[in-house]
Design a protein around this ligand. Sequence first.
Ligand code: KIV
Ligand code: NA
Length: 278
Amino acid sequence: RKKVTIQALHALRQAKTPITMVTAYDYPSALACSSSLLTDITLVGDSLAQVCLGYASTTQLTLDEMIHHAKAVARGTTHPFLVADMPFGSYYTSTDAAVANAVRLVQEGRVEGVKLEGGREIVDVVRRLTAVGIPVMAHVGLLPQRHSALSGYKVQGRSVEAARRVVGDALALEEAGAFAVLVEAVPQELGRYITERVKVPTIGIGAGPGTSGQVLVADDLLGVWSGHKAKFVRRFAHLKDVRDGGIQSYCEAVRDGTFPHPDTESYTMDKAEWNRFL
Ligand code: KIV
Ligand code: NA
């Protein structure tokens, strides 16, 4: 498949073909994303913090850590359009700092676009990044980087006022130049409504079937976790069981002496050579 471009993403939206996006955090997971010709976008999500690095939230992830992982993902990415999250704190201090940090993600991390969480308060940054040629995916609705301010990870836009705020944010970010809008954890009615109101593709997670595309955290859809599962997650595989089972079987085989097998899993010395050695 040819490299996916922003133009191609707009064409998919136009054709009402649901856009596919999935996260990757390192070289093997990037290869997994690229293994399906149906994958449109690979996201180096800052869920990297919890999924790969064991942090409690995305707010602990640094820009240097994101770049380190984005580099590995880029090495394993073929056709999907590659986007990375700008980590918490890397785009709020000033527009210049945001540009400098986004440039590092493109130059060192080798990503093609960046994703920023926020509403109207970040339109100046989105406008500037777009102006200097760094494509921005906006992220509205539930903003995990603000989980403390939001008192947790909750569905957003459930009241009339809250719904209007999310729609206003999406429209403002589109106007500022965002090439797509990710909508997280909102009622499906709102996910569909935002998609009808903006002209750019919308990518939903917990936003119902009415958006232009869908994204899930790879480890969630693959069942790498066995812990809490959000309502919007579907497990398409159960890798944790397979992986833990493999480790268990290996340890058992070592313990009971059945691994390694002397004939098939071990090297042998020439008999005469061995006798001379002795
Ligand atoms: O970091 C992440 O994984 C995300 C999700 C919306 C997929 O931003
Ligand atoms: Na994220």
